[in-house]
Design a protein around this ligand. Structure first.
Ligand SMILES: N[C@@H](CCC(=O)N[C@@H](CS)C(=O)NCC(=O)O)C(=O)O
Length: 207
């Protein structure tokens, strides 16, 4: 196996993070498209690759796998401009990536999944008001931080920005109003003007 191989769903923000960084690093990779709604990530064949049954999954070499989007970003970014040299700044990048996984993604990505990927009558819609409240809390934290800054850490574009861009830029899919967050909107546009930026495709039609 020569190139890296990514198992991912193109319209998933967690998978898009990996694609965006690989594109910006100009690294060759093969993309294996997985529709998580088909249940394939819970098949015994897939669980042998990732016992947690989720995408994205990076195959580093034949049979060697790395899961968790932000761990994959770290693995790919080390030694590049996307991962700072300064110790304190590296810790701040991790701080924002942990924030993304605990305080942002579980609300903003899940609200998007329920609204845009599940059928309109799905009972999980009842979760939306709570998810939107918590997601707005996370967006308010980012808005306050970005009012005085160009990027999340040290005025430089890093994997912290990629991790948080992924679901923030499509927050409207989950019912969030980004017009309330002007500094976030400016930051999103700044990321979109980065060299080799690629867009995430829209969600597939609900089943
Ligand atoms: N913390 C994980 C979350 C991964 C995750 O939730 N992936 C979803 C798609 S965005 C998935 O594979 N869902 C399929 C399933 O749960 O069966 C990461 O950042 O990679």
């Amino acid at each position: 196996m020569s190139a890296l191989r990514v198992y991912g769903m193109s319209s998933s923000g967690n998978c898009y993070k990996v694609r965006l960084l690989l594109e910006q690093l100009a690294r060759p990779y093969d993309w294996i498209e997985i529709d998580t709604r088909s249940g394939v990530t819970r098949s015994s064949e897939y669980l042998a690759r990732n016992p947690n049954g989720r995408v994205p999954l990076l195959e580093l070499a034949a049979g060697e796998y790395l899961a968790e989007s932000d761990a994959i970003l770290f693995y790919l970014a080390e030694g590049t401009q996307f991962w700072p040299e300064d110790r304190r700044q590296r810790a701040e990048v991790l701080q924002w990536m942990f924030f993304e996984q605990y305080s942002h993604e579980p609300y903003i990505a899940v609200a998007r999944f329920i609204s845009a990927f599940l059928p309109s009558q799905d009972a999980r819609r009842a979760e939306l008001p709570r998810l939107q409240q918590r997601g707005n809390d996370a967006l308010a934290v980012m808005e306050q931080h970005l009012r005085q800054r160009s990027y999340l850490v040290a005025e430089d574009y890093s994997i912290a920005d990629i991790a948080l861009y992924a679901y923030t830029h499509v927050a409207a899919d989950g019912g969030f109003d980004l017009a309330r967050y002007p500094a976030i909107q400016t930051w999103l546009a700044r990321i979109e003007s980065q060299p080799r930026f690629v867009r995430m495709p829209p969600p597939p039609p609900p089943p």
